[in-house]
Design a protein around this ligand. Structure first.
Ligand code: PEP
Length: 251
């Protein structure tokens, strides 16, 4: 049995005070939750405030990105050392906005994944096809290439600290979500890729989240699918009123 894992990606929204207010509300509301793993990834400038707001709670603190180097002349980047210092234990890597808007390559995403794991972080590796790729029938080819490249040289031991988020680019922030059946079929395919690179046991243990316009109204149907183990949520994670019902999808 894989543990359900719901993560909130706050992207470039919220000041430190706004982020701490929502994180505090979530921490109180989820104080007695034990089943589902929950993570929040606020903007870098709100990490310290959110860490303080989450003190004593089971909600994990995540970062939306990290540099592939630990320190140096990298103007505008944030290193894993700084993220650890801010209380971060999970990093989201290869988000489609990083890949498609900021030009991150598979090779760079892999360097980030390897460094994050070597530094003791958990990683969420995002993969997903664009609308053009889906319409051209190359979804599987794209997610296989991103999965293989993202996990290149990751050991079986370190793989246990990786979650894969399947996020079809056309569904992110657009209100168009993949049907639960579409999501499940790509997740099953990704699980097969992990199985062929590692082992059947590693594939069965791999947590695969779906991301792309997840809302309180569609989370239950998504989570009912065999290969959907959780969600990476953008817009609907910004307010406690919409994120809580997603975390409590089974209630
Ligand atoms: C995301 O930020 O990864 C995401 C899936 O966003 P949204 O839920 O808003 O589509």
């Amino acid at each position: 049995m894989r543990q359900a894992y719901i993560a909130g990606n706050w992207k470039m929204y919220k000041t430190a005070a706004e982020a701490a207010a929502v994180a505090g509300a979530l921490a109180s509301a989820l104080a007695s939750e034990t089943g589902t793993k929950v993570m929040l990834a606020p903007p870098f400038t709100a990490l310290h405030a959110v860490r303080d707001a989450l003190k004593g709670s089971r909600i994990l603190l995540g970062a939306q990105n990290a540099c592939a180097e630990l320190e140096g002349a990298h103007t505008g980047e944030i290193s894993l050392r700084m993220l650890r210092d801010a209380g971060v234990t999970v990093v989201i890597l290869g988000h489609s906005e990083r890949r498609h808007v900021y030009g991150e390559s598979d090779e760079l995403v892999n360097r980030k994944v390897r460094l994050a794991l070597a530094e003791g972080f958990e990683a969420i590796l995002c993969v997903g096809e664009t609308l053009d790729e889906r319409q051209s029938g190359v979804t599987e080819k794209v997610v296989e290439a991103q999965t293989r490249a993202g996990l290149e040289s990751v050991s079986t031991t370190d793989l246990a600290k990786v979650t894969i988020a399947y996020e079809p680019v056309w569904a992110i922030g657009t209100g168009k979500n993949a049907t639960p059946q579409d999501a499940d079929s790509v997740h099953k395919f990704i699980r097969g890729v992990v199985g062929s690179v590692y082992s059947a046991a590693a594939a069965q243990a791999m947590t695969i989240q779906y991301g792309g316009s997840v809302k309180p109204e569609n989370i239950r149907a998504l989570m009912a699918m065999e290969n959907v183990d959780g969600a990476l949520v953008g817009g609907a994670s910004l307010q406690a009123e919409t994120f809580l019902p997603i975390v409590k999808y089974d209630r």
